[in-house]
Design a protein around this ligand. Structure first.
Ligand SMILES: C[S@@+](CC[C@H](N)C(=O)[O-])C[C@H]1O[C@@H](n2cnc3c(N)ncnc32)[C@H](O)[C@@H]1O
Ligand code: SF4
Length: 416
């Protein structure tokens, strides 16, 4: 398919064809400029946390790790055909709980990725881990297999809260896992959930101060979201969870920005904080709208195949996914070509989450679309976005109403 900006080809002169080809190559350069990553989803957890709606499953009868490992390796082979010619700049093992995998499985997956694609020197290889002592004991094995960054799901540093969140680890175990991570990996991060039911601002100030003191160069701080069809949603509907809302939720957010900025860990994305240069490169690739293969149950991918970006998603149920892979080499349930307009919507949605914002020139080169100038001027006048040359970024006020800002800009998109 032709880019909306490419000139109409003329049947009597070869020159416009050449121009169209040049436009097409500029377009594909813009589309692939943010790099290529591989996401591997491990869909199992030791227990299901009552707030979580990730594609994670508990199997009391045990997990057939060899079967899932073989299926992941086969699906990677399928992706090697779909996204040939790329170099891998980041790999991310997410879940679920990837730290339930043996180091041998992680190593086999990394070896397979390295057989299929060249790996960029210094590529970031992250594994999400739960901070129990059993899992921390596997960290050396992961490092020896090639993992160079872990992201720990600490969630809280208070034992009572951890019990309410249904976590299997204690605060002491989490602190010990942080220390093992510090000794073992080049880089580590941990996650906390805040704005929880009954939490006071003072309690969060103390907990965050301790977290910042324990952190290295990266922290993920998520406001608790009530996800539909979770036990927390049921409790919330019955009035049993009193969530900080409106002004109070805003005060939690503001306090979080104030403390992390003072500690040299400002937000580079809505919920992610890092010292300069220490952002998670794999997640940056999503927000900068790069390409990524997604393998494992319920994994999403984005890859420019032919002239269009394809959005892929695999079967979510782990056993059905494994059966599909065994039958036909992949568990893809959906492969949808995105129109340039859909691509532009997605790129806006992702890019405006970042403090660095979005490059409008790249958006136009990639999709042929740009927001109309008056819409940009209005949002700047309202103090919701800032414009620096060809980049736009949400302001602090804009981040609070980010959904509306994205909607305004998306509805103002026109052929550039
Ligand atoms: C895939 S999950 C976690 C990985 C790992 N299984 C764990 O729980 O430690 C990624 C992160 O999302 C956050 N999260 C999950 N559900 C959430 C919710 N409902 N509200 C806010 N944050 C949530 C948690 O901080 C979690 O660590
Ligand atoms: S928060 Fe993590 S451990 Fe808990 S159910 Fe979700 S993925 Fe599993």
């Amino acid at each position: 398919m032709q880019s909306p900006t490419a000139p109409a080809p003329s049947p009597c002169s070869p020159a416009p064809v050449l121009e169209a080809e040049l436009e097409l190559s500029a377009l594909s350069t813009a589309r692939t400029a943010a790099g290529f990553g591989v996401y591997v989803h491990w869909p199992f957890c030791a227990s299901k946390c009552p707030y979580c709606d990730f594609n994670s499953h508990v199997r009391h009868g045990g997990i057939d790790e060899a079967r899932f490992r073989a299926a992941l390796l086969r699906e990677l082979e399928h992706w090697a055909g779909l996204a040939a010619g790329r170099s891998v700049s980041s790999i991310f093992f997410g879940g679920g709980t990837p730290s339930l995998m043996s180091a041998a499985t992680v190593g086999a997956i990394l070896d397979a990725i390295a057989r299929h694609w060249p790996i960029v020197l210094g590529a970031e290889i992250t594994l999400e881990a739960n901070p129990s002592s059993v899992e921390a004991a596997r960290f050396r094995g992961y490092r020896d297999a090639g993992v160079n960054r872990v992201s720990l799901g600490v969630q809280s540093l208070d034992d009572g809260v951890l019990r309410t969140l249904g976590r299997l680890h204690t605060a002491d175990e989490a602190l010990a896992a942080i220390e093992v991570a510090r000794r073992t990996f080049q880089r580590f991060s941990f996650d906390l959930i805040y704005a929880r039911p009954g939490q006071t601002l003072e309690a969060w100030r103390n907990e965050l101060a301790e977290a910042v003191a324990r952190a290295d160069e990266h922290l993920s701080l998520y406001q608790l979201t009530i996800e539909p069809a979770t036990p927390f949603a049921e409790l919330y509907a019955r009035g049993r969870l009193k969530m900080p809302e409106g002004e109070t939720a805003r005060a939690f957010y503001d306090l979080t920005q104030e403390l992390t900025e003072a500690a040299g860990l400002p937000a580079y994305e809505v919920s992610n904080h890092a010292a300069p240069g220490a952002a998670c490169r794999h997640n940056l690739l999503y927000w900068r709208y790069g390409e990524y293969a997604g393998v494992g149950p319920g994994a999403h991918g984005r890859a420019v195949i032919g002239d269009l970006r394809q959005a892929t998603a695999t079967e979510r149920n782990p056993e059905r996914w494994a059966t599909l892979v065994e039958q036909r080499g992949h568990g893809l349930a959906e492969t949808m070509a995105l129109s340039p307009a859909e691509e532009a919507d997605e790129a806006l949605l992702m890019g405006l989450r970042l403090a660095e914002g979005l490059d409008l020139d790249r958006l136009a080169a990639m999709t042929g679309y740009a927001p109309r100038a008056p819409a940009l001027t209005d949002l700047v006048r309202l103090g919701l976005i800032e414009r620096h040359g060809h980049r736009i970024a949400a302001t602090a006020a804009g981040r609070i109403v980010l959904d509306q800002v994205v909607l305004q800009l998306a509805s103002a998109l026109r052929a550039a």
